[in-house]
Each structure stands twice: as structure tokens, then as C-alpha cells.
Design a protein around this ligand. Structure first.
Ligand SMILES: Nc1ncnc2c1ncn2[C@@H]1O[C@H](COP(=O)(O)OP(=O)(O)O)[C@@H](O)[C@H]1O
Ligand SMILES: Cc1ncc(C[n+]2csc(CCOP(=O)(O)OP(=O)(O)O)c2C)c(N)n1
Ligand SMILES: [Mg+2]
Ligand SMILES: [Mg+2]
Ligand SMILES: [Mg+2]
Length: 318
């Protein structure tokens, strides 16, 4: 391929790295940014929170459904909610990226632009990465975070009698996925929710400061992710559907598609809302809503007191 054909092969690995790193302003916590064998990031707390999530073309995103910028934003967002769900504040992300030789260079720069937009929302920088050839686009983001002196809020601290609460929208991304899957592009509100969540990264810290006993971000589906808390904590969880926010927008889309909006709220992934448990009678932090209760040891996740008879959320390889 010729050097100027607009593809990553024409641009070449090192000029591609230059294209995605040049001129980017790093926050103060980045002591040494991209360009050396590794970056150096300040960890004021002395402990580092670390997480990684991989996004694969065709599995996590489609470029005829989302712009490269939206995919980049999502790749960062889904990692930063894992940091926030520990009660930590993100400090930096790293971007692993693989794509075919004929990928337009502009796609990579737009994707990087989206990643920086989301990183900026959290006040952090992209401090490193890797660029390699593959048969399809794969994005692997690693996020680091800082606990600021707090104890991590794990999945294992829920106790019977705690209240279950959520912060953020549920079911919107699943509704958007259903719309896109039927070949439609509107309503844009739910379609955009599928393309990229807009998490409140402070919600996890508010929960930690408000005494949350366990927490998780909802990536696979509310029931599935509450199931991780129930299992790790050795408790049951009962969700009250009357307390869930099934927005009129979801009801409209459900009616149009012949789908059940409550199912999207209970089992739809990718909204990256937060779910947590709090001691009974605690004042819930701003933005958090009670949706259920922690029940007897090892009784699983129930909905209005009954076992849910369908899939509880997304699973790869199913
Ligand atoms: N290949 C792996 N090696 C080690 N740990 C892994 C691997 N894959 C997943 N995990 C860990 O398993 C846990 C559950 O993973 P996952 O369901 O992807 O979490 P999340 O939904 O928060 O991204 C996480 O703590 C994750 O780090
Ligand atoms: C093209 C396409 N098909 C299907 C989906 C739906 N989808 C893909 S992954 C996923 C769940 C979350 O992904 P996962 O890799 O399990 O993230 P994690 O739980 O590790 O945060 C969902 C609902 C999608 N986003 N895009
Ligand atoms: Mg994961
Ligand atoms: Mg998670
Ligand atoms: Mg998952």
C-alpha cells in the first residue's frame, strides 16, 4: 500500500501512534505519558485500582450502528464505570488497539478522539497503548484508579436487611439494541444509549462515602449483575418491579417492537448504571433510588418474591 492511501498500512505503525498521541494534554496525575516503555501515573492513595475490558467489532459494536467516536467513548466509559463501582476515582487509561491493514487512518483518529472525550469527562488521560494488525477491530482498554483513602466497595459486602439501590438508567441500551437490530435508527434517545452510556463517574464515590456495603456496575443486566453481588456476599436479593423506573420512552419502543420494556430494565446490559447495597434506614446518596432488599443467605435473585424465569442478562458464547 502506498504511504498516502489513507489506510493504517499506508500510515504505518509509528506514524499512527504519533497521530493518536501528539498534542494531547495529560492531567497532573500523569507523571510520564506515552512515548517510553511504560507510563508513570501518580497514585496518591498508594494503592492502584486496575481493570480491563475488551470490545470486539461485531460483538460489542458495529460501525454501521455507531460512529468510531461513539465506539471510542464507550470503550473508555465501560472501563471507568468498573473503577467507579469500586468506590474509586479513575486516574488513567491505556488503549490496546488491533485492526486490519485497510482500516482508514481517520477511523483510528476518530476513535481516539472519542476515547479522549470520555477520558476528559473523568479528568484523566490516555497514558499508553499498543497498535497491532488483526482480522477485525479489537479495542482493549485498561483503566487505573485511586481510592483516595477509602476502602474498596466489593461485591461481597451485602448483608441481609440491606437495601438495594441503583443510580443511572436501566433498559435504555437494550431498547436501543433492539431498535438497531430491527434495522431502525430511532428513537435516537435509546439508540444513543446503546451507542455510548453517559455514566455519572461520581456516583460510585458518593455510594462509597454513603456507606455502600457492596457495589457493581450493570454491564450484563441488572438481575445478572445483582446475581454477582448475591453470590459473592452469600445472600439473596429481591427486586421490587414497582420501584423500577420503566420510562414512558421504553414503553413506547416496547409497544412499537412488540417487546417487554420491563425485561429490558431487568436484564438489558450496557447502560453501566450502578447497583449497590446500603444498610437499612441509611440515607441514600444523591441520585440513588431504592429498588429492593437483601434477603436470606444464598436464596438467589428474585423479582417480586419470585424466581425470574428467563435469562438474567448477557452472556458471551451463548
Ligand atoms: N482472563 C482473566 N484473567 C483474570 N481475571 C479475569 C479474566 N477475565 C475476567 N476476569 C475477572 O473476572 C471478574 C469478572 O469479569 P467481568 O464479568 O468481565 O467483570 P465486569 O463485568 O466488571 O467487567 C473481574 O474481576 C475480572 O477482572
Ligand atoms: C453488535 C452488537 N451486538 C450485541 C451487543 C450487545 N452486547 C454486547 S456485549 C454486551 C454485555 C456487556 O459486555 P461484556 O463484554 O460482558 O462487558 P463486561 O460485563 O465485561 O463489562 C451486550 C449487551 C452489542 N453491544 N453490539
Ligand atoms: Mg469485564
Ligand atoms: Mg463491572
Ligand atoms: Mg459481561
Amino acid at each position: 500500500m502506498s504511504p498516502n492511501d489513507g489506510t493504517v498500512a499506508g500510515t504505518g505503525e509509528f506514524r499512527l501512534i504519533e497521530a493518536v498521541t501528539a498534542g494531547r494534554k495529560q492531567p497532573e496525575t500523569t507523571l510520564l505519558g506515552p512515548g517510553d516503555d511504560a507510563a508513570v501515573v501518580a497514585t496518591p492513595d498508594g494503592r492502584t485500582v486496575a481493570t480491563t475490558d475488551v470490545l470486539v467489532q461485531g460483538v460489542h459494536f458495529r460501525l454501521d450502528w455507531s460512529s468510531a467516536e461513539q465506539v471510542g467513548r464507550k470503550a473508555v466509559a465501560v472501563n471507568l464505570t468498573d473503577i467507579a463501582a469500586m468506590g474509586a476515582r479513575p486516574t488513567s487509561v491505556l488503549m490496546g488497539f488491533a485492526c486490519p491493514s485497510d482500516t482508514p487512518t481517520s477511523l483510528v483518529t476518530e476513535l481516539t478522539q472519542g476515547m479522549w472525550l470520555e477520558a476528559d469527562r473523568a479528568g484523566i488521560g490516555i497514558v499508553g497503548g499498543d497498535m497491532v494488525r488483526a482480522d477485525q477491530i479489537v479495542i482493549s482498554v485498561t483503566a487505573l484508579g485511586d481510592l483516595g483513602g477509602r476502602e474498596p466497595v466489593t461485591r461481597s459486602g451485602a448483608r441481609p436487611g440491606d437495601v438495594v439501590a441503583v443510580c443511572g438508567r436501566l433498559g435504555w441500551a437494550a431498547a436501543g439494541l433492539a431498535v438497531l437490530g430491527r434495522g431502525f435508527r430511532s428513537p435516537v434517545s435509546v439508540v444513543n444509549a446503546q451507542r455510548c452510556p453517559e455514566p455519572d463517574y461520581e456516583a460510585g464515590i458518593r455510594a462509597a462515602d454513603g456507606g455502600a456495603t457492596s457495589m457493581i456496575d450493570v454491564s450484563d443486566g441488572l438481575l445478572s449483575d445483582l446475581g454477582h453481588i448475591a453470590e459473592a456476599s452469600g445472600v439473596g436479593i429481591d427486586v421490587r418491579t414497582a420501584d423500577l423506573d420503566v420510562s414512558s420512552r421504553l414503553t413506547e419502543v416496547g409497544t412499537a417492537l412488540g417487546a417487554d420494556p420491563l425485561k429490558w430494565v431487568l436484564t438489558g446490559g450496557e447502560d453501566h448504571a450502578f447497583a449497590a447495597t446500603f444498610p437499612a434506614f441509611a440515607d441514600l446518596p444523591e441520585g440513588w433510588t431504592e429498588i429492593g432488599v437483601v434477603t436470606m443467605p444464598d436464596s438467589g435473585v428474585t423479582v417480586d418474591g419470585k424466581r425470574y424465569g428467563h435469562d438474567s442478562g448477557w452472556q458471551h458464547w451463548r
